[in-house]
Design a protein around this ligand. Structure first.
Ligand SMILES: [Zn+2]
Length: 230
């Protein structure tokens, strides 16, 4: 069976394939690929880490790396006016009248709860579409994931060694209003994020994570023949 490099098209010698670590090395262009993905025909060279698309960034750090992208989107042009009108009318109609009259109405307050929750959700979406970002930072084995605006947002820390693969896919527990796929990190645990990123930015972040996983999780050592980051 011929294994062909998806980047430069040259044949990869069997000697340069390590099945146990799932690494195939192309001698011609110096890139590493997942052997199983090559066999399945799904291997790609991935995005160029040194040339992020606009709105995305990648930086190697002494203890790891930092990768992220903005969730800014043209959707804001629709979402912001819609939120102002929808939330403005429902909030002032249901709660504004109570505040103005100084009379608390439990019935209509209860009725208004879904609108209140909807308003929080819409405002959050607006903020993310105007100025949000998704960022991952690895330091040692600590992978921090941030989704938010400025210093405000959702942040969790995971163990990088708990993840062994990354792909595009849908999260199970996140409300995915636009049915866009996100990035799914899998291994001993599963993490899905980034469905708000544009396709280009998502692909870039995915490519970075794939390369980094391949380099660190699969027993890449200094004995390897290629520079680990490429
Ligand atoms: Zn090649």
């Amino acid at each position: 069976m011929n294994i062909i490099c998806p980047s430069c098209g040259s044949k990869i010698a069997m000697d340069d394939i390590n099945v146990s670590t799932d690494i195939a090395l192309c001698r011609n262009c110096g890139r590493n690929f997942s052997y199983s993905e090559l066999v399945a025909g799904t291997a790609t060279a991935g995005a160029d880490l040194n040339a992020p698309p606009s709105g995305a960034w990648f930086q190697e750090l002494p203890g790891g790396f930092r990768v992220g992208a903005t969730t800014r989107s043209w959707m804001a042009l629709f979402l912001v006016p819609f939120t102002c009108v929808w939330s403005g009318i429902s909030m002032s109609g249901i709660y504004g009248t109570q505040i103005r009259s100084g009379h608390f109405d439990p019935g209509s307050s209860l009725f208004g709860l879904p609108f209140l929750i909807g308003t929080f959700f819409l405002v959050g979406m607006c903020v993310m579409n105007v100025a949000g970002r998704v960022e991952l930072a690895l330091n040692g084995d600590n992978l921090s994931v941030f989704i938010g605006v400025g210093p405000v947002g959702w942040k969790r820390t995971y163990l990088w060694s708990e993840f062994s693969s990354v792909r595009e896919g849908f999260g199970s527990n996140t409300y995915n209003w636009n049915r866009q796929p996100g990035i799914v990190l899998e291994g001993k645990r599963r993490l899905a994020f980034g469905s708000m990123l544009s396709e280009q930015r998502r692909y870039f972040v995915l490519s970075v994570l794939r390369k980094m996983l391949r380099n660190s999780n699969r027993g890449f050592t200094s004995a390897s023949v290629t520079p680990p980051f490429r």
